[in-house]
Write a protein of this length. Structure first.
Length: 116
């Protein structure tokens, strides 16, 4: 799976995805600014591209499935990146999920499927 997301002219997006969701192996293309790049984790590659229109980036969102949503939630809550209206909770569609915001304001719905 190769989801793609916009990246406004803001530094630190790749570092953010390495620190919290645990993505690794960053790659980039372009200089001043970096125009394209990505990271990977557990067979998932997340690609970024430069979007000069910050309004587009602010209105972008995606979902990310993880194995240990509770552990990631604790780390994200401690870092202050959980959306104020996105606290960890069980949903009627059989997932446990929360929402975090990356440095450019992109909402990421992090979830784990519930068993049983």
């Amino acid at each position: 799976m190769y989801p793609s997301r916009t990246q406004p002219r803001r530094a630190g997006v790749a570092r953010f995805y390495q620190a919290y969701p645990g993505f690794q192996n960053p790659f980039t293309w372009g200089e001043n600014p970096i125009e394209y790049g990505g990271l990977s984790r557990d067979g998932l590659r997340l690609h970024f591209y430069l979007e000069p229109n910050a309004e587009i980036a602010r209105n972008y969102a995606f979902r990310l499935e993880v194995d240990e949503v509770d552990l990631l939630y604790v780390a994200c809550e401690a870092a202050g990146i959980v959306h104020p209206n996105g606290k960890l909770e069980n949903k009627p569609w059989n997932t446990r999920e929360f929402t975090l915001l990356d440095p450019s304001g992109v909402a990421i719905r992090v979830y784990q499927e519930l068993t049983g």
